[in-house]
Design a protein around this ligand. Structure first.
Ligand SMILES: Cc1cc2nc3c(=O)[nH]c(=O)nc-3n(C[C@H](O)[C@H](O)[C@H](O)COP(=O)(O)OP(=O)(O)OC[C@H]3O[C@@H](n4cnc5c(N)ncnc54)[C@H](O)[C@@H]3O)c2cc1C
Length: 273
């Protein structure tokens, strides 16, 4: 367990950002990863609980989800089979979901997080506050290298446009409640018999959750067919180097990517009708 050198609980964002400028001082959200990390040097922590970042609100045509919203809060709010609830539910058991925050999940950019895959296909954007000002970064850019964007600042919210189309999440794991070996999220907007818009995100095949842009481009404007999907996935997968570990070999991951992508796209297509 990490040794905490000092504990701060600021009441305002300005105070939190000021505290974070000091050496060896890091944000504390749900603590799931941070506090359990034995490798970390002793740190001063800035607890984000009192900053009012735990709200889910409508903001025009999009949903604004505060960085301190817990995964279980998403499950409760969107209860009834909604895509975001399903994605958050898939990420871990109740104790995990009650601790982990949306901001913590984004900054940790875990490649197996179904929540992040879901947010990616919904074209989510992330609000980052730093001492040099606020900015909005597309989630697909931020997850590649969160440290580059966040620096000594904070993720304060994720914005999710109310999207059209059908969505689906397909997963393969060693057991039904295990973390995924490979996971795929898809969103399809239909125009007649063709895909007007395709969004696809892959988990478990790269060091972070990955938007499959090449496959999206190949399928946009096309009629969905197994042959098209397989050809596009095979081409895109050539550039990937999935790792082999206790959950599955690289070969297994590659093979599952094709199967899960096909299933996710067809399910999203049928829901988009
Ligand atoms: C034992 C263990 C089990 C896990 N199991 C799963 C799992 O089942 N499914 C899954 O998807 N992932 C899992 N993970 C990884 C998971 O992604 C993180 O644990 C979780 O997302 C962290 O969220 P948190 O709110 O607890 O963040 P914390 O642990 O509090 O923080 C994590 C990191 O993010 C930084 N941070 C947190 N919030 C912010 C913010 N708003 N702005 C800037 N920086 C911030 C912290 O400083 C820290 O570096 C696991 C990790 C561990 C250690």
């Amino acid at each position: 367990m990490m040794h905490v050198k000092a504990y701060h609980r600021p009441q305002t964002l300005e105070e939190a950002l000021r505290l974070l400028q000091s050496e060896d001082t890091v944000p504390l959200a749900g603590g799931q990863q941070l506090l359990g990390d034995k490798q970390r040097e002793a740190k001063a922590v800035v607890d984000l609980q009192a900053l009012g970042l735990d709200r889910i609100e409508m903001e025009g045509e999009r949903l604004r989800i505060g960085a301190m919203v817990r995964l279980q809060q998403l499950v409760n709010t969107f209860y009834g089979g909604a895509f975001l609830a399903e994605a958050a539910h898939r990420d871990g058991p109740l104790t995990y979901r009650n601790a982990v925050t949306v901001g913590g999940a984004i900054v940790t950019h875990d490649p197996l997080s179904c929540l992040l895959l879901g947010l990616l296909v919904l074209d989510a954007e992330v609000e980052v506050q730093r001492s040099d000002g606020a900015r909005t970064v597309a989630l697909d850019q931020l997850v590649v290298d969160p440290a580059h964007w966040v620096q000594r600042g904070l993720v304060t919210a994720v914005m999710v446009p109310l999207q059209m189309g059908g969505t689906a999440m397909t997963v393969v794991a060693r057991t039904p409640r295990d973390r995924p070996t490979v996971a795929v999220a898809a969103r399809v907007v239909r125009r007649g018999e063709a895909c007007a818009e395709v969004r696809l995100a892959w988990g478990g095949v790269a060091p972070y959750p990955l938007r499959a842009y090449a496959v999206e481009r190949a399928l946009s404007g096309q009629t969905l067919e197994d042959a098209n999907i397989e050809a596009a996935v095979d081409r895109a997968a050539e550039a990937l180097q999935p790792r082999s570990d206790f959950r599955g070999s690289a070969e297994y991951r590659r093979a599952m990517l094709g199967v899960l992508t096909r299933r996710a796209l067809w399910e999203a297509w049928s829901k988009a009708a």
